[in-house]
Design a binder for this molecule. Structure first.
Ligand code: GBH
Length: 490
């Protein structure tokens, strides 16, 4: 339902969440506006119609105390049974595209092709067909953190077998949906797969292997991504004519002492660890990582680096394996070199050797890590433009958390200032072709359960029907999409 229908509204800008325009407020002609979700966060139907268990099903069931409100995604906002409601909303927002993810465990319940499940396939066929019938382009993420439990039993992303299993899953998606899906994203946020999953044990599979498991995970993701890319290019693109990329998240970094080296170090360790191998001219892991992790490894008495070696074959194979760069940006930090070593030994944090801090003047969201820093977004887009030869960027997530009020003025300010950052970067020459708001709905916010709301739409979690209601930010976003301009009145 749309509230506000007969009211005219205006942007009430929050202090410290604004950005000055550098040029025109108009978005480029073919710029695509969308909104994003992910399977585990919205679908529910956790064991419906033959779906297999993922590491998030297992974790929330076995360890409910680790979720702030002891909730899980068993029912979530029930999109598995209510896509027709979602479709209405996608239409009413006038979105150009919808970014959603496919649950591996619906297609292959145990992760392997032998377990193929037609009902899970039907669910996504229905979504894709209905989107296309309404002129909404599907943008599909293949993997948004819900690994089949049986694959984790073999070590998940620390076992190189994942390269074969992921590629087989991806190939099935090309075969099933590639006639209609033209925008593919292999992985959502390798950093958030590898760090909480295999380094700090904050999220499933909760492996604590700092400075070792994390680097194995990054390496295997890079290889699985590149395999999938090359498979698509050699076997499918000629007929299907789609495009394929990977989505990475990062904070941007600001140096109080204006030291560009600190900013670069922050960026290479947080973003370059994946992006450099794929998007840079040189390929491979960033030099600063190879050097420093190698040096630390030697000092620990090892003969080889904890950072796996990418040989000439893999370097060349991974480099250039993209049609676009998917970027999730939320917030920024100050960076400086610490006065004493950080983290345990060994660990990614110890290797990183950067202290991140925030600014008490930044407007803060409900999430303890989230501040409104639109200048950081503009700075990040510039850094990417310069570092990766003005690669085509698709913003695949950007958004704000709060308590869930329908009059979400801070979220309106956040979207306004961050879309301004996009316009400023385009003005300065960035090749940005699309923007997805995170998120279409309030949903299961991982370890925070349903306590932090990122949605343009609220969801009534007490009602079995899970009714959705437009917030002020939804109306604002719709107005921007209609006008193709950053507006103040709507
Ligand atoms: C996105 O990740 C996810 O893709 C999406 O599923 C999620 O709902 C959305 O963010 C909102 O969280 O607590 O200081 O250790 C964004 C990357 C990763 C940023 C975890 C915040 C926590 C940092 N996020 N990180 S901290």
């Amino acid at each position: 339902t749309v509230l506000y229908l007969n009211r005219s509204l205006s942007v009430i800008e929050a202090k410290n969440c604004t950005l000055r325009a550098k040029g025109s407020l108009k978005f480029p002609k073919n710029f695509s506006f969308g909104a994003a979700t992910s399977a585990y966060q919205i679908e529910g139907g956790w064991n419906a119609d033959g779906k297999g268990p993922s590491i998030w099903d297992e974790y929330t069931h076995n360890d409910p105390d680790r979720i702030t409100d002891r909730s899980n995604g068993d029912v979530a906002i029930d999109s598995y049974h209510r896509f027709d409601l979602d479709l209405k909303i996608l239409k009413e927002l006038k979105l150009d595209h919808y970014r959603f993810s496919i649950a591996w465990t619906r297609i292959f319940p145990n992760g392997d092709v032998s377990s193929k499940n037609q009902k899970g396939i039907d669910y996504y066929n229905d979504i894709i067909d209905k989107l296309l019938a309404n002129n909404i382009e599907p943008m599909v993420t293949m993997y948004h953190w819900d690994l089949p439990v049986d694959i984790q039993k073999l070590g998940g992303f620390t076992n190189a077998l994942i390269i074969n299993y992921f590629t087989a899953y991806a190939e099935e998606l090309f075969k099933l949906f590639g006639d209609r899906v033209k925008l593919w994203i292999t992985f959502n946020e390798p950093m958030q797969i590898c760090k909480p999953g295999y380094s700090t044990a904050e999220s499933p599979p909760n492996i604590k292997s700092p400075g070792i498991g994390d680097y194995l995970c990054f390496t295997n993701i890079l290889k699985a991504h590149a395999r999938t890319y090359h498979l698509y290019k050699s076997k499918y693109v000629k007929e299907q004519r789609g495009r394929i990329g990977i989505t990475m998240d990062t904070f941007f970094f600001i140096s109080k002492s204006n030291d560009k080296n600190d900013v670069d170090r922050g960026m290479q360790f947080s973003f370059g660890i994946i992006a450099h191998a794929i998007f840079s001219k040189a390929g491979g892991f960033p030099k600063v990582l190879v050097d420093d992790i190698g040096k630390n490894s030697l000092a620990e008495g090892r003969s080889v680096s904890r950072l796996p070696h990418l040989d000439a074959y893999w370097k060349a194979y991974i480099r250039g394996s993209f049609d676009f760069l998917g970027l999730n940006y939320y917030t920024s930090r100050y960076v400086e070199r610490p006065s004493k070593p950080l983290g345990e030994n060994p660990s990614m944090l110890r290797d990183y050797d950067i202290e991140e801090t925030s600014d008490p003047n930044w407007l803060q969201g409900k999430s303890n890590w989230l501040y409104c820093v639109p200048t950081g977004f503009e700075g990040l887009l510039k850094w990417i433009r310069e570092e990766y030869d003005n690669v085509e960027v698709k913003i695949t997530e950007n958004g704000w958390s709060d308590e869930g009020d329908l009059d979400d003025d801070d979220r309106v300010s956040y979207y306004k200032s961050h879309l301004q950052a996009v316009l400023n970067a385009i003005h300065d020459g960035s090749n940005i072709t699309s923007y997805s708001a995170w998120s279409l709905f309030d949903n299961f916010e991982w370890n925070r359960g349903y306590t932090e709301k990122f949605g343009l739409y609220a969801v009534d979690m007490k009602s079995p029907k899970r009714e959705r209601t437009a917030k002020k930010s939804a109306i604002y976003y719709r107005k921007i999409i209609e006008a193709r301009t950053l507006v103040d009145e709507f």
